[in-house]
Design a protein. Structure first.
Length: 131
């Protein structure tokens, strides 16, 4: 495992890896919460059906699939997130709310991905492409 071999790396690189890993862990959990929050009335993806039961069903699925004690690395998950492998009937979430959730998940993951090299190397993708 990488963590067991960190001691052989130069200190600056070791610190960058550890700092990036911590940031990934923190933001993965944060992103799960933000995806749901983005669907709320005042959120940027609030064009849902307006039925509180839809969002409650979505929250229940999220709580069941990703309990607080369970670490989820969001970039490993499909854009459908907690709705992955569930039909509309199985989830109880209407098509409009599911679509808004997937859009929010996709957009937030995209923002997360764009910041990924900054976490480890303090450079953007563009700066890395130029090197």
């Amino acid at each position: 495992e990488l963590l067991e071999e960190l001691h052989i790396l130069p200190e600056k690189i070791m610190k960058s890896i550890l700092r990036g890993r911590d940031k990934l862990c923190t933001l993965s959990q944060y992103l799960l919460v933000q995806t749901f929050n983005a669907l709320r009335e005042d959120g940027p993806y609030s064009e849902t059906c307006g039925n509180a039961q839809c969002l409650e069903k979505l929250r229940a699925i999220m709580d069941e699939r990703y309990p607080a004690s369970y670490f989820v690395f969001v970039l490993d998950k499909e854009n459908s997130g907690v709705l992955e492998d569930l039909s509309k009937e199985e989830s109880g979430v209407c098509k409009n709310c599911a679509s808004m959730y997937i859009t929010a998940s996709t957009d937030l993951k995209g923002r997360f991905w764009n910041k990924l090299p900054v976490f480890f190397m303090e450079k953007t993708w563009e700066e890395l492409d130029g090197n």
